[in-house]
Design a protein around this ligand. Structure first.
Ligand code: NAD
Ligand code: UFG
Length: 340
């Protein structure tokens, strides 16, 4: 089976590509490298011991996609490509609607034309907005507080409409909680551009000495220690969720919406302590005001993923921190450091 992996050079796509190849799939990575480097794919090739078909192109460009679909017989698409920075989406909403929504429209149009109608889409826990309670189940009310989140909500709706119009589409919407960690080799990982927005890369860069301290956004939330609680999930567990989604996609008769989380919430301070233990380094921090748009607690009820996919997260907080540290310590400048 041949799988097109859009955004396959990025953080989650590169880790998923490894498991897809190990599971025996042929893959084609399609990426415009707006937030990725060729080095990640070189390193994935080293891990799996084979070369990868890599196409540089943009999902918004019909010709780029036409070329791929007319050159290869593609059975399914795992669609990671898109922009993902919440703050940037507030400043540049049109870029987010263009890349994420319009890009997905073009992708689906070309898929349909080539009779490839199976897609696994990267959605996000952000579609739950400010959840009224936790753990979060898939049927909770949906809302969005920023253009990034709205783009995910719109795409989910668009894919549901597509299925209503043509039930031969097979669609899995995977709602990720907070992906962290790295492949155990320490050769691939998350490589944010500039100052990280997300907690884990910020902690890792502080531990390695690139940042002087972590700002903890708020210590007066209604949580066990006052800091925000999230469901951190190891990126290799997340990757495995995609392989499991492909196992069931052929037989789907309805759009499947599935949370990928561990079901356990950790606070910012829990993460700092776990990272200090895993790395043997101090992570200095200061308490700062709450960040606009943050919720107190967000963690999944992952029981539907277990029931439908036979999937559950296996790696805990220790492994998340150890693997994240191995990647950061070996690659303090990410993929911009020396080539391997
Ligand atoms: P990433 O930025 O590392 O990967 C996205 C990849 O898509 C990059 O390689 C980028 O170059 C590529 N890309 C962007 N726009 C493109 C376009 N128009 N055409 C072709 N390629 C394009 O991000 P990631 O963390 O790996 O996230 C993957 C997906 O998962 C995204 O859709 C993201 O919104 C979603 N997601 C991520 C998180 C997270 O915290 N990392 C959480 C929930 C959902
Ligand atoms: N935090 C800090 N300091 C920082 C960064 C984060 O204290 O420098 C705190 C936040 O306030 C929050 C927690 O760490 O309590 C996690 O914050 P992240 O930015 O790492 O993650 P979010 O839960 O805010 O959002 C992430 C992605 C979203 C995605 C969501 C759910 O950025 O795109 O996970 O998948 F939708």
């Amino acid at each position: 089976m041949t799988i097109l992996v859009t955004g396959g050079a990025g953080y989650i796509g590169s880790h998923t590509s490894i498991l897809l190849i190990e599971a025996g799939y042929d893959i084609i990575v399609f990426d415009n490298f707006s937030n990725a480097s060729h080095e990640s794919i070189k390193r994935v090739e080293k891990i799996v011991g084979q070369s990868i078909t890599l196409i540089e192109g943009d999902i918004r460009n019909r010709t780029d996609l036409e070329n791929v679909f007319s050159s290869y017989s593609i059975d399914a698409v795992i669609h990671f490509a898109g922009l993902k920075a919440v703050g940037e989406s507030v400043e540049k909403p049109l870029s987010y609607y263009d890349n994420n929504i319009y890009g997905t429209m073009v992708l689906c149009e070309i898929m349909s034309k080539h009779n490839c109608k199976s897609i696994v889409f990267s959605s996000s826990a952000t579609v739950y907005g400010d959840p009224h309670t936790t753990p979060i189940k898939e049927d909770f009310p949906l809302s969005a507080t920023n253009p990034y989140g709205r783009s995910k909500l719109f795409i989910e709706e668009m894919l549901r409409d597509l299925h209503i119009s043509d039930s031969s589409w097979k669609i899995v919407l995977l709602r990720y909680f907070n992906p962290v960690g790295a492949h155990s080799s320490g050769t691939i990982g998350e490589d944010p551009n500039g100052i990280p927005n997300n907690l884990m890369p910020f902690i890792a860069q502080t531990a390695v000495g690139k940042r002087s301290y972590l700002s903890i956004f708020g210590d007066d939330y209604d949580t066990h220690d006052g800091t925000g609680v999230r469901d951190y999930i190891h990126v290799m567990d997340l990757a495995d969720g995609h392989v499991k989604a492909l196992n069931i996609i052929k037989n789907l008769s309805k759009v499947m919406t599935i949370n990928l989380g561990t079901g356990t919430g950790y606070s910012v301070l829990d993460m700092v302590k776990a990272f200090e233990k895993a790395s043997g380094k101090k992570v200095p921090y200061q308490i700062a005001p709450r960040r606009a748009g943050d919720v107190a607690k967000c963690f999944a009820d992952p029981s539907y993923a277990k029931k439908i996919l036979g999937w559950e997260a296996k790696k805990g907080i220790v492994q998340m921190c150890e693997d994240s540290w191995r990647w950061q310590a070996n690659n303090p400048d990410g993929y911009k450091g020396k080539s391997i």
